[in-house]
Design a protein around this ligand. Structure first.
Ligand SMILES: Nc1ncnc2c1ncn2[C@@H]1O[C@H](COP(=O)(O)OP(=O)(O)O)[C@@H](O)[C@H]1O
Ligand SMILES: [Mg+2]
Length: 265
């Protein structure tokens, strides 16, 4: 029998910000969450409910105001090259070629030039960009840029991939395509993935678990387990079942957010 160990553990995590006017803003209220090694977890919720704050706490870009965030049992004290973040705006270096962008992380890790090049080329092959290695980011479509960002992240074989609305700026077809591609890569290399989205269908297509958050203060409303094998067929009844579950819950969250907004106007 294998004992599952949690990869990421949040215990009573809180995050407050102080606004320019000196008002205290509770972005995340005491919150507990455990993510298993190799798991694919989606964080969903309306704008402002603390998704980015939460993923930044896990990735080490923010420190909690209270509580603890650990990965592999160690407190997260800052960004770690083994835990890579992929952003919506790709974060590519415009002056580097596609290959140069993917090589960057490998060189930063001190991997010898020949091996780095082999690994970069192999990863670019995986994301279907072997033909575009000499192009610069401005010559690429949004979908291709995000593929480069994914290749750059995966090339260093991270144990955790954090993704904050990575496909939000892409058109629907490119988004479906990259969702399928990401799933294939995740199944091949099996990192732990924490994926933020406000697209409920995207969360159901991808996540083994969906953490639905509610705003004011940012908290977990419900955790939904999606017990469907990947790849998931969006037109099937079982997909529709999870869709109904999540949308029903989401409407509750949305109603609460609207009521709170009315009170605060
Ligand atoms: N650096 C910051 N300074 C002040 N307030 C912040 C900061 N970052 C986030 N917040 C506030 O925390 C709340 C959660 O924000 P965020 O995590 O960005 O939400 P989401 O990603 O779900 O849209 C919001 O009310 C936002 O205004
Ligand atoms: Mg956000």
């Amino acid at each position: 029998m294998s004992i599952q160990t949690s990869k990421i553990k949040l215990s009573a995590v809180e995050k407050h910000f102080t606004s320019a006017r000196g008002e205290r803003q509770v972005a995340v209220s005491p919150l507990d969450l455990e993510i298993q090694s190799g798991e694919f977890v989606c964080l969903v919720g309306p704008s402002g409910c603390g998704k980015t704050t939460l993923i930044n706490l896990m990735a080490g870009f923010e420190q909690p105001s209270a509580g603890s965030v650990t990965i592999d049992g160690r407190p997260v004290s800052g960004p770690d090259p083994d835990h890579i973040m992929i952003f919506q705006d790709y974060g590519l270096y415009p002056w580097r070629t596609v290959l140069g962008n993917v090589l960057f992380g490998l060189q930063a890790k001190g991997i010898p030039a020949g091996e780095a090049r082999d690994r970069a080329l192999a990863t670019l092959e995986l994301v279907g960009l072997r033909h575009a290695i000499d192009k610069h980011p401005h010559e690429l479509s949004g979908g291709m840029k995000q593929r480069v960002a994914i290749a750059r992240a995966l090339a260093v074989e991270p144990s955790v991939l954090f993704m904050d609305e990575p496909f939000a700026a892409l058109d629907a077809f490119t988004r479906y395509h990259l969702q399928d591609e990401l799933l294939r890569l995740w199944q091949e290399t099996r990192p732990t993935v924490v994926f933020v989205t406000h697209d409920l269908d995207e969360a159901i297509a991808l996540g083994q678990r969906i953490v639905l958050m509610a705003p004011n203060p940012g908290r977990i409303q419900r955790v939904l387990e999606v017990s469907l094998p990947h790849p998931r067929e969006r037109t099937r009844d079982d997909f529709a079942f999870f869709r109904r579950e999540l949308f029903t819950e989401f409407h509750l969250v949305h109603q609460m957010a609207l009521q709170e907004a009315e009170y605060s106007i």
